[in-house]
Design a protein around this ligand. Sequence first.
Ligand code: URA
Length: 304
Amino acid sequence: MTTVAWTPREMALLQAMGIPLWAPQPPEALTPAAVAPVPARPSDARSETPAPPEAPDALPRAASAAPQPAARRPDPPNAAEPATPAARPPVAAAEPLGTRPGGVKHMGWEALRDAVSGCQACGLCRSRRHTVFGVGHPQARWMLVGEAPGEQEDLQGEPFVGKAGQLLDNMLRSVGLTRADAPAEQQVYIANVLKCRPPANRNPEPAEVAQCEPYLKRQVELVAPKLILAMGRFAVQSLLGSQEPIGRLRGKVHQYHGVPLVVTYHPAYLLRNPLDKSRAWEDLCLALEVIETAGAGTGADPDR
Ligand code: URA
């Protein structure tokens, strides 16, 4: 029988992403219960109560030196990836209360942050508790774009807090990156397409995406990253204007206003579909290649 020989680097990275490595198993480990997939969550329930088996708790020793993010609270599981996402209860977009401030395209960080926190350009301003602007290094080399805040993000005002955020942090750590304070080579910038939570975690409405788009565009201009990682359907639709499924857009380097862009699955989707983590790993490798080709290393020594 042929056995796969993983290098220590590969094992550490796969472990960080929660991808199980094959090894001979005692028969009892292969019972249906032992190999059953993670059950899908109800389509409208974003709060992830039980930690799924692939919850990324165990980190490779090599990665433990990276700065650790603050403790995370239960996560909003949004971002269905399949072309035919599970139906969500219809929650209508409310009428906007006002307009988006003018001059977004010339704003600096402070003005942009203020503009977002006071924004009333769509009905989401009625139900939000906090706007979720973005976090990370203002000149990061990697910029990650997700969908929209969920319940915890709305409460805390920070993107990706919760189980999906933990997985994201571990994926980042596997390539020597972090959201915590670090030099620009290692610290990413994370933003969402929408800065306000859609009620009941329904999908973003096209009008909401359109109203928020100038903020994200300005964030990209200010960060001027070497690479954008677009995570999930709504990030891809907003940044690339494409309705193609993720599966067709992965594996290529796209462009967003001159910035190389790599498409990958949303971390919340990966929690529900752990077998696709290996594809997400391929996407990270492609992103690393883009960064290396641009002559802007992550600072990571993946063999450490
Ligand atoms: N999902 C997202 O896309 N963004 C968040 O901030 C949290 C969950």
